[in-house]
Design a protein around this ligand. Structure first.
Ligand code: NDP
Ligand code: 2IT
Length: 448
């Protein structure tokens, strides 16, 4: 779908020119501006206020050296980033990704998506993202600790409980958040909610660990429900085997589905009896091993090298929960041939534009990442609220709030799509609903 609106078309060209060599950022901006065409047509006031111009430009980008010493005494230098994209609705909020593929374009695409996602949660949080090209894989706990301490030593100058509140993402879980929180507390002599995803003894919220995966399933269950369907009795394929994938698998199973495949960056396992989540958790959360090892405990399961083959496993519901652009056009066609009815994105931007086109053309229920995976950051915002109040809410209370948030995000998106003449298009609906709240706020602030 090419942009026809002359103003948006020109803006997109300028974004590409101004941010060369950043294809993921171009992809994320293109999708949002395409969705916003009917808004631009109706709302000249937002164009005049400079909102479209401003929203594609980060408020601030911080880029820094992260030196640390490995177990052999060698000095290693990584690169750290924090993109503070938009603070119209509240403190910058978004995860930190530690993965060798991280560079400015990845952090910008994630930070840009985060603006609209965070708006959809209904909480007061702006959009940001950060990370490093550090690879935690194969590193000792001490190496990870030294890296995290060095990373936070620099990052601490720019973040704060009312300024910018990072959290986890790929390669950043409870262990890394602990090392970074400890270092921040030491440097600043302040015990404050500067990070979310903390341990339960030191300010973390119940349900934050489960929130992204559970939230994804709550959104998809609502999307299925309005068509008279549900997860019950469905076969589900989930890519990844990290935080999002594990808890998506757990909730899909609670809801009566059978999850038959999960993956990591090396390959995927297919278990016709249904994936045993205790084994996956033990392998991934405790032993930090490869998914390949799953078959040692479950001889009926089959391991296949190469992660992209997972989409050839027949299923009715596909939940991509690993990384960006992991599900392409041909994979979408294969899923379709094998009886697909719905796709819910747990990862950020996991489907390529070609894949989304295949799903939408064939009336597959397609839940886009910035709506479907918003439960993680949504519960992060509730962690911030609990920290401000020095309160601790029960699992049941937070889980109920998560459910309500995800159902509300689904309906907000569906309603915005209808209002702008794009009924059934949950991608456009999420982009429009997420955008409008930020845009009206930016307009109210004037040119700042
Ligand atoms: P984890 O690090 O816990 O798990 C990531 C999983 O994806 C691992 O199985 C990993 O395999 C796989 N993976 C990562 N990179 C690649 C790659 N390049 N190719 C193939 N597989 C890959 O991260 P999360 O579960 O937290 O994050 C997964 C996705 O969900 C990301 O897109 C993230 O941005 C998104 N997300 C996360 C949220 C959260 O709260 N954690 C919230 C919203 C979105 P391996 O171990 O081999 O690297
Ligand atoms: O992509 C995401 O929304 C996250 N990684 C979670 C961010 C957060 O601040 O909880």
């Amino acid at each position: 779908m090419a942009i026809k609106n002359a103003y948006l078309k020109n803006l997109l060209e300028r974004v590409k020119k101004r941010n060369p060599g950043e294809p993921e950022f171009h992809q994320a901006v293109t999708e949002v501006l395409e969705s916003l065409e009917p808004v631009a047509e109706k709302r000249q006031d937002l164009i005049d206020a400079g909102v479209f111009e401003s929203i594609v430009e980060p408020e601030r980008i911080i880029k820094f050296r992260v030196p640390w010493v490995d177990d052999n005494g060698n000095v290693v230098v990584n690169r750290g980033f924090r993109v503070q994209f938009n603070s119209a609705l509240g403190p910058y909020k978004g995860g930190l990704r530690f993965h060798p593929s991280v560079y400015e374009g990845i952090v910008k695409f994630l930070g840009f998506e985060q603006i609209f996602k965070n708006s959809l949660t209904g909480e007061g949080i702006g959009g940001g993202k950060g990370g490093s090209d550090f690879d935690p894989k194969g590193k000792s706990d001490n190496e990870v600790m030294r890296f995290c301490q060095s990373f936070m030593t620099e990052l601490s100058k720019y973040v704060g409980a009312d300024t910018d509140v990072p959290a986890g993402d790929i390669g950043v879980g409870g262990r890394e958040i602990g090392y970074m929180f400890g270092q921040y507390k030491r440097l600043r002599n302040e015990f404050v909610g500067v990070l979310t995803g903390k341990g339960l003894q030191w300010g973390g919220s119940l349900v934050r660990t489960e929130a992204t995966g559970y939230g994804l399933c709550y959104y998809m269950e609502e999307a299925l429900r309005v068509t008279g369907d549900s997860f019950r009795g469905k076969t589900v394929v989930i890519s990844g085997s990290g935080n999002v994938a594990i808890y998506a698998a757990q909730k899909a199973t609670h809801l009566g589905a059978k999850v038959v495949a999960v993956s990591d960056s090396n390959g995927y396992v297919y278990d016709p009896d249904g994936i045993n989540l205790n084994t996956v958790k033990q392998l991934k959360e405790v032993e930090r091993k490869r998914i390949k090892e799953y078959t040692a405990k479950h001889p009926g399961a089959v391991y296949t090298e190469g992660c992209s083959g997972i989409w050839s496993v027949p299923c009715q519901i596909a939940l991509p929960c690993a990384t960006q652009n992991e599900l392409d056009g041909p994979a979408a066609e294969t899923l379709l041939k094998n009886g697909l009815i719905a796709v819910g994105e747990g990862a950020n931007m996991p489907s390529t534009p070609e894949a989304i086109e295949v799903f939408q053309r064939n009336s597959i229920i397609f839940g886009p990442a910035k709506a479907t995976n918003a439960g993680g950051v949504g519960i992060s915002a509730l962690e911030m609220t609990q920290n401000s109040q020095r309160a601790t809410w029960s699992f049941e209370v937070v889980d109920q709030k998560l459910k309500e948030m995800m159902v509300s995000i689904y309906h907000k998106s569906a309603e915005a799509a209808r209002e702008y003449g794009l009924a059934g298009n949950l991608v456009a609906g999420a982009n429009i609903a997420g955008f409008l709240k930020v845009a009206e706020t930016m307009k109210a602030y004037g040119v700042v």
